[in-house]
Design a protein around this ligand. Structure first.
Ligand code: HPA
Length: 275
């Protein structure tokens, strides 16, 4: 058995020893959205540090635990705090939590994040539905021997972000009167923000927003057959478009400000896609 699968099944056993909750939707909370997990009536919660072998997030503002509960009638597992490649983990560890949620029984993965906007039509506080992505300077999470128990060696990636889920999210946004852009997310390794020249290059490649997570998670989820969707919150204009130097505090502040609308959108979207 592959080392990755052994580690995963080991983590799964530890989770199962604590809860038998079976989620339908897995939700990853990005910057600013962390408080979302506090608002649901939790059936169970497990700290990452209580799962042996699990990578623990070191980023301020990212708490580290799974919260299990319902959004409307939909059983969800929420990742309050994700693991980033720039923290120094092997890419297979970065996506371990995603795979674990798939093995817990989740069929749908909703990814959220904070991003810098490259597209000049976007302003801070806007939301964008992720229609596709570019993984840039970050290795594929599928590198290494294939985990056959999860998926095939050469998986198709032509519709990672399912059109059917995107349609549901667009109509959720419409019902809430929330303007939702659509576009392409580009993931860099981080942790540094980009240079203005990099942002011009990413724009020329077709990216609308840039961030340091998400795309590798989406690849791993798609590999194992999860239906994936994602929503970005524009926390800042990207380097060179913004007139001021970028800081993590600015990202956090804007994401916090947009959080009430973001939460409403996530709740309505989950009710629709999980119903
Ligand atoms: N660049 C990369 N990641 C980010 C940004 C950014 O401007 N804003 C929030 N996450």
């Amino acid at each position: 058995m592959s080392d990755i699968y052994t580690k995963l099944t080991n983590c799964l056993e530890q989770v199962k020893a604590k809860t038998d909750f079976k989620p339908k939707v897995a939700l990853v909370l990005g910057s600013g959205l962390g408080g979302y997990a506090q608002e649901i009536d939790a059936a169970a919660a497990i700290s990452y540090e209580d799962i042996g072998g699990f990578p623990v997030s070191t980023v301020p503002g990212h708490q580290g635990r799974f919260v299990f509960g319902h959004v409307g009638d939909v059983p969800v597992v929420i990742m309050q705090g994700r693991v980033h490649y720039y923290e120094g983990y092997d890419i297979s560890d970065v996506v371990l939590p995603i795979r674990l949620m798939g093995l817990m029984g989740a069929e749908i993965l909703m990814l959220t994040n904070a991003v810098g906007s490259i597209n000049k039509q976007f302003v801070a506080g806007d939301f964008m539905l992720i229609r596709d992505h570019i993984l840039y300077g970050v290795p594929s999470p599928l590198i290494g021997s294939n985990v056959d128990q999860l998926g095939t060696r050469f998986p198709d990636m032509s519709e990672i972000y399912r059109n059917s889920l995107c349609e549901e999210i667009l109509s959720a946004a419409k019902s809430l009167d929330i303007n939702l852009h659509e576009g392409t997310y580009l993931q860099t390794s981080g942790p540094n923000f980009e240079t203005p020249a990099e942002i011009r290059a990413y724009g020329a490649l077709g990216a609308d927003v840039v961030g340091m997570s998400t795309a590798c998670e989406a690849v791993a989820a798609n590999h194992m057959g999860l239906k994936v969707c994602g929503i970005s919150c524009v926390s800042n204009l990207a380097a060179g478009i913004s007139k001021t130097p970028l800081t993590h505090d600015e990202v956090q502040e804007m994401a916090d400000k947009a959080a009430p609308r973001f939460k409403a959108l996530v709740t309505e979207s989950i009710k629709r896609i999980g119903g």
